[in-house]
Design a protein around this ligand. Sequence first.
Ligand code: F1P
Length: 354
Amino acid sequence: MERGIHTYKEILSQGEAWRSTMQSMTVPQKGLKDWIRKPWDEVIFTGCGSTYYLSLSAAAIWQSITGIHARAVPASELWLFTEAVLTEGNKLLIAVSRSGETSETLHAVDKFEALDNKDWLADWLADWLAISCYGERELALRAPFSLLAEDAHEQSVAQTRSFSSMFLLSQYAAGLAGDDIEYLANLTLIPKAFERLIREYEPLANELAQNDELQHFVFLGSGVNYGLACEAMLKMKEMSLSVSESFHFLEYRHGPKSMVTPGTLVIGLLNDNARSQEMKVLEEMQDMGATVLAIDDSGDDIHADYVVEIQSGLNSLERGPLLLPVLQLLAYYRSMEKGLNPDRPKNLDAVVVL
Ligand code: F1P
């Protein structure tokens, strides 16, 4: 089998995967709308690896749209440190897992369900939702409700189209919970921007990947973009075994910037709400010798070495899935350039079963 063929196909078929994921949501599951709008005091997203990073961005979106407190925890924290994570109040847990079989995520759900028997929670609502790619596997089978991206199955170990499709589902859930009709309508516009994005910027991803002077990859994102920056960092590690890090934009000044050299590529996922502050960080890193790639909806006023203009017309809470494909391609091409097989990353399994 040709090296990297699955990963490449999965990255390039994201537009289609998103279309069919959105299509499957046009009629919400019976009862979902009322259930998801129950008076939750807190929403907790959980997952492992990619799906924990997804949770970070999804929680930020949920809270921004609904005004309900939302946060993300790795499933292992909820499983092993349950009392340190949960507090009193009506709680909705959203468990995210591509495979639906990751042990930590299933154990976290076990712990959450077992809370029913505890006195201090007796007065509170507690329920959970699964976001996954497999309706017939344990997580979705056990869940009271599930949102599925069944056309985003993958043969590769590293998540690409599954991640962005499940992310879209988390956005959909937030829009539904917040009864935000305009937001839900705008999500349907996301797939339209995909094909141009790839056509325009695949050569750039390839060019940067071939540039052997770049050996240190730093992904910056704030607010809803932080989890996406982490996910892009993970792709770079998993597929291409490169030194890659992720930070909140302004945090990068507080120590980590000491690692910047001419071999550093700083990639900034700009957020509408903090654009000018974030651009200052990028300019400073450029002055320190880093090469800078900025990703934003429009390239206006950006002084970077390279700019990816998404041109979706969507805001930061909406366009998240579009921030990833060019960065997935960067990881793919660097992996190929190093003679690796991005379909089968070193030391990794598609599912961690304990
Ligand atoms: C999560 C995950 C992946 C990672 C690795 C092991 O799996 O941590 O993010 O790439 O291959 O599994 P899942 O619970 O989303 O299936």
